[in-house]
Ligand binder design. Structure first.
Ligand SMILES: [Zn+2]
Ligand SMILES: [Zn+2]
Length: 305
């Protein structure tokens, strides 16, 4: 029988798998991970904490316990770093690209609050209570909109003296829309480019019937403050598909991200069950996921051989 040389038996000092070589402290997975932390220039105490976590639990999501993909940056389950509290450098955890996107600017507490509230809404039709978000930092840019809004006001629809969308009485009888509605009509025509006229008409009809109410959650949308998490956003019902565009809040727009409506609710309910009952989350293939995690290339990745 062949004897293994001691070199080949050297173990990764993080996970215990076979090390890359006699000069390497790590296996290939841990070496890549070490490289990514180096590239991000995390302070040493942060790196130490992350290694402690990996040694104890392995490469699993800090929030959901899901196994992370360590090789494919196109996978929704690819391992990414997440600021536990937004913009706070002192605690960095690992999670999947999917959960990182859903959590966005929320603290962990806020994230679970909205996951539970949304699952409750989905299952029991209990409306979601808005809670102020401490770190919310998405600001919708109104500059273009304000510059070009007049062109929409004098469009071909008959001028009846009432807003064509919400039926409010208009101050300027030559206009078609009130100052609130004109913004969304403008965005349907210009910002969400190349929408077929049928799609635009369907979206306008929804607003005529329901008002400015989120399509997914029935929450009232903010039409004034572009920095609000409840500010009205247009959302592709199915990512990239121009046939159906709905209105939702900035928050749900970010949380839904590159998911279809079905996938979004699937993960909201699965996350709530994980949090409340400890039920492991079954990964579901995402049909429109097209995000690629780009790596910082400041540090060079070298495999010692
Ligand atoms: Zn390892
Ligand atoms: Zn109006």
């Amino acid at each position: 029988m062949l004897k293994h040389s001691p070199i080949r038996n050297k173990k990764c000092y993080i996970c215990g798998k076979r090390a890359l070589s006699d000069r390497s402290r790590y296996c290939l997975t841990c070496a890549r991970f070490a490289f990514r932390m180096k590239a991000r220039q995390f302070p040493p105490w942060v790196v130490k904490k992350i290694w402690e976590y990996v040694r104890k639990y392995g490469y699993v999501c800090y929030y959901t316990g899901m196994a992370l993909d360590m090789t494919d940056p196109r996978s929704p389950f690819y391992c990414v770093f997440d600021h536990w509290a937004p913009h706070d450098l002192s605690k960095i955890v690992i999670t999947s690209a999917l959960i990182n996107g859903m959590k966005s600017d929320l603290s962990e507490k806020e994230f679970w609050y909205y996951v539970r509230a949304l699952a409750h809404l989905r299952r029991n039709h209990v409306s979601v209570k808005k809670r102020k978000l401490r770190f919310w930092d998405h600001h919708y840019d109104l500059e273009e909109e304000n510059k070009n809004i007049l062109s929409i006001q004098t469009c071909s629809r008959p001028h009846t003296g009432i807003c064509d969308l919400c039926s409010k009485r208009l101050k300027n009888k030559l206009f078609t829309y009130c100052p609130t509605c004109v913004k969304i009509v403008y965005r349907l025509h210009h910002e969400a480019k190349h929408l077929p006229p049928e799609t635009i008409e369907d979206t306008l009809n929804y607003i005529r019937q329901e008002g400015f109410i989120c399509f997914y959650t029935k929450m009232k949308l903010d039409m004034k403050d572009p920095a609000s998490p409840w500010y009205c956003f247009l959302n592709h019902w199915k990512p990239g598909d121009v046939r159906k565009v709905v209105i939702t809040s900035a928050l749900i727009n970010v949380m839904k991200g590159a998911l279809t409506e079905d996938e979004f609710w699937y993960y909201i309910e699965a996350l709530a069950d994980y949090k409340d009952k400890g039920k492991p989350i079954v990964k579901k293939r995402l049909i429109c996921w097209n995000r690629l995690v780009r790596h910082d290339r400041k540090a060079k990745f070298r495999v010692n051989s």
